[in-house]
Structure formats: structure tokens, C-alpha cells
Design a protein around this ligand. Sequence first.
Ligand code: ADP
Ligand code: ADP
Length: 228
Amino acid sequence: MASITLKNLVKKYGDGFPAVNDISIDIEDGEFIILVGPSGCGKSTLLRMIVGLEDITSGDLYINDERVNSKAPRERNLAMVFQNYALYPHLTVFENIAFPLRLAKGRHSEEEVQRLVNGAAATLELTDHLQRKPANLSGGQRQRVAMGRAIVRQADAFLFDEPLSNLDAKLRGQMRSEISQMQRRLGTTSVYVTHDQTEAMTLGDRVAVLKKGELQQIASPRELYEQP
Ligand code: ADP
Ligand code: ADP
């Protein structure tokens, strides 16, 4: 797991107003940080800068105290979970979860692939579904397969971009408690973008509020949502 330090991060697309403007946050090892704010405030851009999908215009990004500004995404060892969890329809749940391990050719024995995938499946209660195809799963189960992929990579941190926003209210509630349990079990460092106040309240150690690219406030959910 990892600490992530954002120091005066700036992102400018072209010569317009900065999408991310001088944001500094110290994310502790094992901490669950929620990013909230209106559409267009820079949440996705910030997430993509951390994971390495977007260049940093200025400022510094550290993972475990190592500056990673110019490191490629795969060298940063962070796992991104998107809302449109791109699963491979022709592969079983097992092979979908194993996919990142198979990609990293030669690094994992078949025994280790079995051990890691079965371990992740147990954590996510997918053991009974390993031989099924994504088309035969519920939305929540598909979301769990996407998270299984992140878990087997043994990433240093998880980055979530509104992972539950396409699910109905009931599933969202189930997934919320699953993510929360997973967090307790694995102690994962997480950065989680959401519009949902309940998700922020139940999952977040701290909530960072963004507005027009700037960090307006960062506080515990309690301080933020229960203030007068
Ligand atoms: P979100 O749902 O996070 O608000 P958007 O719908 O704003 O996402 O953006 C979806 C995609 O379009 C992203 O990959 C983003 O980088 C890109 N995008 C957003 N705004 C612009 C823009 N003004 N010009 C070009 N691409 C953009
Ligand atoms: P959020 O995720 O909070 O909705 P974004 O990070 O998607 O916000 O966008 C922040 C700002 O940056 C918006 O004004 C958006 O239009 C702009 N933006 C995002 N991606 C691009 C892009 N690829 N090209 C140009 N502008 C972009």
C-alpha cells in the first residue's frame, strides 16, 4: 500500500482556465479519500493525473515519497476502477480477473495466478461465479469482477471514478458495504470520486471538496456534512 502526496498540482488544457489549480493533499497510507464537487470541477482530471493518464502541467506527485511525475502509468502500480468496468465478454469471470496477471507475461506461475484469483474471488464473494461469462452476471457482480482485477494486481492504491453511478439504488447500497468491507480487510489506500453523499459519508476517512479546479475544503465526512 502507499501514501500519495499531491503538491501544488496544476493541469491546464490549452491556454484556458486551469482544470486543476494548485491542489495539495497528503494522502496517508491506508486512507480513503473522497473527491466531491460539481461537474467540471476537475475531479476526473485529478484522478487521471494521479494514475498517469494525464500529464502534470506543474507541481509534484509523490507515491511513497518517490516523485513520479514522469513515470508511466504501469510503473506507478495504481489500479483504476471505472464506472464502465470494461470486462471481456468472451472470457469467464476467472479469466477476466486473471487478465492483468496474464498480461504481465512470465511474472506469475499458473499456481500463483490460481492463488491470487481465487483469493480475490473469495474476498468479493465471486467464488461460485468464476466459470460464468459477464453477460450472465448482475451489475453488482460485474462491478466486483472489475474490482477483483484491481485486487490481483496487488496495486499500491485504488482510484475509483464514480464506480457505482450506473447501478440502481439497491445494488449501490450493497456495493457500498462491499467496498467498505474490502477497505477494512485490505487496508487499501483509495481515492474515490462520487456525487453521492451517502458514499462519501460511509466510505470516506476524509472528503476533499473541489470547486473550479481548486481545493475548497478537506475534512472528515462528519465535520463536512454535520456542520450547522
Ligand atoms: P465527467 O462525467 O467526469 O464529468 P465528462 O463527460 O466531462 O466526464 O468528460 C468525458 C471525457 O471527455 C473525459 O475523457 C474528458 O477528458 C473529456 N472532456 C471533458 N471536457 C472536455 C473538453 N472541454 N474538451 C475535450 N475533452 C473534454
Ligand atoms: P469533473 O470530473 O469534476 O466533472 P473534469 O476533470 O472532467 O471535471 O473537467 C475539469 C475541466 O477540464 C472542465 O472544464 C472540462 O471541460 C475540462 N477538461 C477535461 N478534460 C479535458 C480535455 N481532455 N480537454 C480539454 N478540457 C478538458
